[in-house]
Design a binder for this molecule. Structure first.
Ligand SMILES: O=P(O)(O)OC[C@H]1O[C@](O)(CO)[C@@H](O)[C@@H]1O
Ligand SMILES: O=C[C@H](O)[C@H](O)COP(=O)(O)O
Length: 949
């Protein structure tokens, strides 16, 4: 080949035994024949790539857009998978171009290098796994897998060689490390020889970095000279000398090893030497000759990989002379002198290795981020978007947190179910939601069969009896998707309020209704008593056992499963015990009701998958919507006291807020910290808010930017937008928020998957219902004040703070306790209907506008399985007004001594007792007599108090 080449300084290098490789790759450059031309005209004998080179290529090359589009048409892929597919394709094409060189040189040259992820640099096992995988994927004999030369990588390098993988060991700076690398190479070959395997086809190079060393050492020299170091002259003499001397001495080691009998034995078996490859050979210091690191290192059996510009420079004016073995003594002296002067070459090499890995991590992040952005662009309106508008300081803190997450590999660790991301507690047992789509698809047939059955049997209604995570998700689906034409209406009942139960009873015909009893634990009080009630109703309506009208959704082995079996329910759908209630909407707890309502479960899962991939471990924090969102919420709460996460939603997807409340509050509100979700609070002007908010906009379709939010943004409040193109993306919002909550939990330093304080209310409630069953009444309690139809209750500590005057003075004293960064919780144990929702909205808005604090408007017992956790276990910044009332009419529960009214009363008391025990500022006002009148009076009192405030 070389015989026909025009003689240039470049082609002249071959005479000195040095091969020139190109430190560059890009698809168009390979495809349009430029690489082949260099092989032909410049005697180019190989190609190296690294994450920075691919970042330049894929991140900036327009031709990759089409390639991404084409890949996504073949199926959905993560950013990591896309990058790998693109890179592998480029490497394969380059391998084909270099193949003739490989063949003609009998496998000595003609290689193309592809680097393993820099994030694996300190992980021997995973580096090896990735080397194997890339080797198989490229599937060309002339590919080399690049592995950074860390201590941890040494065993991986040895094993890869033993397995016959070509290895380019990269990021070598120190002779000490180089010796270990060469030893690993020898050992790998010896293992093969011992096993009777061939060794002649294995190619390997040790990439020894040059210019970066001078960069560091020269900077030290310059600093000392500037500080008028007494050794200034001696230091000056070493400028631009150390890197080359270091490389020369590395080569001496190479020569000594290949002269050894040990190597001769391997050579006799046909082994090739592991050549030194000079890397980092472009000149960084403009004061030096631009071909310095080429000319000084020309020697037999070496490779120099050059970026295009250095290659052109050498072609133009390089002087090909064999200088590598010249001045060896001088090189030795330079290193001794550097040591004498305390330039600490070993320390510099160690730092450069770490910095090299870190710089490749940054490049890799940029690369994967660019691929993720291209993926997003191709998916267009199939993927909802998350954007953050944060003030400068918060933004910087979130970016910094992202960098540290990147560095610590936390996203990957979440996907690997590594509990050390949180508290090193039982978290890894609660990450089943990461696999929801895979598992959902496996059960798809059963869901679709349920949908068909509901249609065939002509059910007019589906009534779901459940609490918390088992009810809120299906409720969002129903409120978002509505009734499918010709399908049943899905109702979600999550209350023990007798009026509310009665309203639901009235809304359905039990003979034409499918009942879904849904509880992960199976032991939750509410679904069990609701079941007892509606089973009885259905039995009466049908005049026989209603078993085929009942479906259970529960975790395997629960008491509900046993009951469903005993009663002969039509179906039992199993949840995954590794998914907590609030994370369960995309599992059987959401999908079974969705199927029954006639929704397209397959499409829901497909859509979810796109978001799962967007949150993949390969997507760096700043482009990873789940991580970015979670970091923003976590950092805003922990470092900026902005812990009131306020949802502002487009009307059609507004129900998401109630689901989000549970997710955020129950997951994070514990150990005195947490995010306090604020849902449904009407949007106000900037003056009515304190500085404790993060606004989360849930925007649907092409709605214009909400002017109220724009004003808030301009006033410096952080605004996060989840932009859904259509309602079907609600499932993507579920997933992205689940991920974000897990991330925020890590920032807060808590276990986001337990709910310790909820259990306490349950215990208190059970005590009361038990007492009722035994005595026929709830334990007596006396109000500390009465004013007309309003009676006030509280524990001693709260009583002392409130006095026992009129309703007005008590309420005033209570709201006077509200301070900056506090929030007010209205906890009403009454029917959740339009009128009562409107009442809460009026009262909370007045309170917010006058007191400038966040307000939560809740209905009991629903919120007990949702925000209740944070109110008790979160920061002690809540001021609670519990509202209870006499029930106009109660409902008995078949088979139980107590009624719905008794249960609700017990729940309110249990809740209050735990709030009080947790030292919360709480007051209960009980309305005797007509509820409407009582509520009106209460509202008027609040108005009057606030007017006087
Ligand atoms: O599905 P289950 O076990 O009935 O629980 C309902 C809800 O109760 C809670 O355990 C809190 O009380 C939630 O976490 C859960 O979503
Ligand atoms: O394998 C090649 C190396 O990655 C490359 O030469 C590094 O060069 P740089 O120090 O100029 O980044």
């Amino acid at each position: 080949m070389e015989g026909t080449l025009p003689e240039t300084p470049l082609t002249g290098l071959a005479r000195h035994g040095q091969s020139i490789w190109l430190d560059f790759i890009r698809r168009d450059f390979v495809e349009d024949g430029r690489l082949a031309a260099m092989v032909k005209e410049d005697a180019l004998k190989g190609v190296t790539s690294n994450p920075a080179i691919f970042e330049q290529a894929i991140g900036h090359g327009a031709e990759y857009e089409e390639a991404v589009q084409a890949l996504l048409e073949t199926g959905s892929l993560t950013a990591g998978e896309l990058y790998e597919a693109l890179a592998v394709e480029d490497i394969r094409q380059a391998c084909q171009v270099l193949r003739p060189v490989f063949d003609e040189t009998n496998g000595r040259d003609g290689y193309v290098s592809l680097e393993v992820s820099p994030y694996l640099a300190h992980d021997s096992k995973r580096s090896l796994e990735e080397a194997r995988r890339l080797w198989q994927q490229v599937d060309h004999p002339n590919v080399m897998i690049k592995i950074p030369a860390t201590e941890e990588a040494i065993p991986a390098i040895e094993q890869a060689i033993a397995e016959g993988i070509n290895v380019n060991v990269t990021l070598l700076f120190a002779i000490g490390m180089y010796k270990k690398v060469l030893e690993a190479y020898l050992k790998g070959l010896e293992t093969r020889v011992k096993a009777g395997l061939p060794v002649g086809h294995i190619g390997s190079v040790a990439s020894f970095f040059v210019s970066r060393i001078d960069g560091r050492i020269d900077a030290r020299i310059d600093r000392r000279i500037a500080a008028e170091d007494p050794e200034s002259e001696a230091l000056k003499a070493l400028r631009g000398q150390v890197a080359i001397a270091n490389a020369r001495m590395a080569y001496q080691h190479y020569l000594s090893v290949i002269a050894s009998p040990r190597w001769q034995a391997l050579a006799a078996k046909g082994a090739q030497t592991q050549r030194l490859l000079w890397a980092s050979t472009s000149t960084k210091d403009k004061a030096y000759r631009d071909v310095l690191y080429v000319e000084e290192l020309i020697g037999t059996d070496t490779v120099n990989t050059l970026p295009p510009r250095t290659l052109e420079a050498f072609r133009d004016h390089g002087v090909p002379e064999g200088r590598l073995v010249q001045n060896v003594d001088a090189a030795r002296k330079i290193l001794l002198e550097a040591e004498r002067l305390g330039l600490d070459l070993d320390g510099v090499a160690t730092t450069l290795l770490e910095e090299g890995v870190a710089a490749f991590e940054v490049a890799f992040d940029g690369l994967l981020g660019a691929v993720a952005a291209r993926r997003e662009a191709v998916l267009g309106e199939r993927l909802m978007r998350v954007s953050l508008a944060l003030s400068g300081e918060l933004e910087n803190a979130v970016v910094a947190a992202g960098k540290s997450w990147s560095h610590d590999g936390k996203v990957r660790r979440i996907w690997e179910r590594d509990a050390s991301v949180w508290t090193n507690g039982p978290e890894s047992k609660w990450l089943g939601w990461l696999d929801v789509v895979k598992n959902g698809r496996a059960a798809l047939e059963a869901y679709e069969a349920l949908g068909r059955e509901v249609k065939e049997r002509g059910y007019s209604d589906v009534l779901l009896l459940a609490m918390g995570g088992s009810s809120l998700g299906p409720e969002v689906l129903e409120e978002t998707f509505g009734r499918v034409s010709g399908g049943p209406k899905l109702h979600v009942l999550d209350s023990t309020d007798p009026q509310q139960v009665a309203s639901f009873r009235k809304a359905i015909d039990p003979a034409k209704t499918l009942f879904i009893v849904s509880s992960k634990s199976g032991s939750t009080l509410e679904p069990n008593i609701l079941f007892a009630y509606f089973w009885d109703q259905a039995e009466k309506a049908l005049g026989r056992s209603p078993s085929e009208h009942f479906v259970a959704v529960t975790d395997p082995g629960s008491s509900l499963e046993a009951l469903a079996k005993e009663r002969g329910f039509a179906h039992i759908f199993h949840g995954n015990p590794e998914i907590g209630g609030r994370y369960s909407v995309l599992s059987a707890f959401g999908l079974a009701p969705a199927a029954a309502a006639g929704y397209d479960v397959r499409a829901l899962l497909d859509s979810t998958q796109l978001m799962i991939e967007a949150c993949d471990a390969s997507v760096p924090p700043v482009t990873n919507p789940g991580v970015n969102l979670g970091l923003a919420l976590g950092v805003a709460a922990t470092s900026f006291r902005r812990d009131k996460v306020t949802f502002v939603a487009s009307q059609k997807i507004a129900s998401l807020g109630a689901w989000l409340e549970q997710l955020l509050a129950e997951s994070t509100g514990k150990n005195g910290t947490g995010l306090i979700p604020i849902d449904g609070e009407p949007l106000g002007t900037p003056e009515v808010y304190g500085d404790d908010r993060v606004f989360v906009e849930l925007r649907l379709g092409h709605e214009p930017v909400n002017p109220g939010l724009k004003a808030l943004r301009e006033a410096g409040h952080p605004v996060v937008t989840l932009h859904l193109d259509d309602v079907s993306q609600i499932v993507q919002a579920f997933f992205v928020f689940e991920f974000a909550t897990a991330v925020a939990g890590s920032v807060l330093g808590i276990n986001p998957f337990d709910q310790p304080d909820v259990e306490f209310s349950k215990v208190e409630t059970r005590k009361l219902t038990k007492a009722y069953a035994e005595t026929g009444h709830l334990p007596e309690e006396t109000p500390f004040a009465k004013d007309g139809d309003l009676a006030f209750y509280a524990d001693e500590r709260n009583r002392e703070a409130l006095g026992n005057g009129s309703a007005e003075t008590i309420l005033k004293a209570h709201f006077d306790r509200v301070g900056k960064n506090d929030y007010i919780g209205l906890l009403a144990y009454i029917e959740r209907n339009k009128a009562h929702i409107a009442w809460e909205q009026t009262v909370r808005t007045e309170l917010r506008d006058q007191l400038h604090v966040a307000t939560a408007a809740q209905f009991g017992p629903r919120f007990l399985h949702s925000t209740g956790q944070a109110y008790k276990g979160g920061p002690n910044s809540g001021v609670f007004l519990q509202v209870t009332a006499d029930d106009a009419a109660d409902l008995p529960i078949p088979g139980h001594a107590y009624s719905f009214g008794v249960v609700k009363a017990a729940q309110a008391r249990g809740d209050f007792d735990v709030l009080a025990a947790r030292g919360r500022r709480a007051l209960r006002v009980h309305i005797a007599g007509p509820l409407h009148a009582g509520l009106d009076r209460l509202a008027q009192l609040v108005t009057d108090i606030l007017k006087g405030a």
